[in-house]
Design a protein around this ligand. Structure first.
Ligand code: HEC
Length: 214
């Protein structure tokens, strides 16, 4: 039995395909972090810096480092520390109201605008949350991704509860606060969405009359 392992070669970014025995393939591959960093830096030669400086995002923060080091399944103590640290970043609306306008929420859930090279420098529209890229949300939209769980009837099956509404706000603001190595982007934390937009996304999930709950 042989397994195919793919190793990233630095020179010319050639992917080198090596065939190694199964016993070796089961061991954790050694990754040269400096080579990976160099490849990533070189892959973004025209990184937009004028409208919004993304350069710091190329360097993994503490949470990303810990998730990578633990294959996204950190030991409990590390996971707890990640969740505590990420939870501390969450900012709440000053008026305490967590539910906005579901119609605006549906628009931003459909929109993948923002953070693409072609969206800069002219920013004529607000960023989107791109929720449908990963989630099913409504019966009417048939094109959706499945990286995240289906959010159909999200509020209804949670009885539109207050605690669940707060949890939805926190999940959208910073998913790592409740799931240490979530694959969902930190939309509030990374300033992809504003607090008002997050409220609109919460409304989409938690309003009885929104298409999510019909
Ligand atoms: C890149 C993929 C991706 C995008 C984009 C994304 N999510 Fe997620 N989402 C996930 C994954 C994966 C999970 C499961 C892990 C977790 O709970 O953090 C999740 C979990 C959730 C949950 C918790 C589900 C539960 O069962 O409790 C909610 C609520 C949610 N997402 C809402 C949203 C909304 C609203 C948007 C858009 C503003 C969005 N997500 C954008 C991937 C994504």
């Amino acid at each position: 039995m042989h397994k195919i392992a793919i190793a990233l070669g630095l020179t010319g970014f050639l992917a080198v395909i090596a065939v190694v025995p199964a016993t070796l393939a089961q061991q954790r591959p050694t990754v040269d972090a400096a080579k990976v960093d160099a490849a990533i830096q070189a892959a973004f030669p025209t990184f937009p810096t004028a409208a919004s400086d993304w350069t710091p995002r190329l360097a993994p923060d503490e949470t990303m480092k810990q998730c990578v080091a633990n294959d996204n399944l950190p030991p409990k103590a590390v996971g707890d520390a990640i969740m505590a640290r990420e939870k501390a970043t969450i900012q709440y609306p000053t008026d305490g109201k967590l539910v906005g306008d579901w119609k605006k929420g549906e628009t931003l859930a459909q929109s993948g605008f923002g953070l693409r090279f072609t969206d800069y420098p002219a920013r004529d529209r607000p960023n989107g949350g791109n929720c449908y890229a990963c989630h099913q949300l409504t019966k009417t939209e048939v094109s959706y991704g499945t990286i995240g769980p289906s959010l159909l009837a999200y509020g209804k099956i949670r009885n539109f509860g207050e605690a669940e509404t707060k949890a939805a706000y926190e999940k959208i603001y910073n998913p790592h606060a409740s799931y240490p190595c979530s694959l969902m982007p930190r939309l509030g934390n990374n300033k992809v969405l504003t607090i008002e937009q997050i409220k609109d996304a919460v409304a989409l999930l938690m309003s009885p009359d929104s298409p999510v709950n019909q």
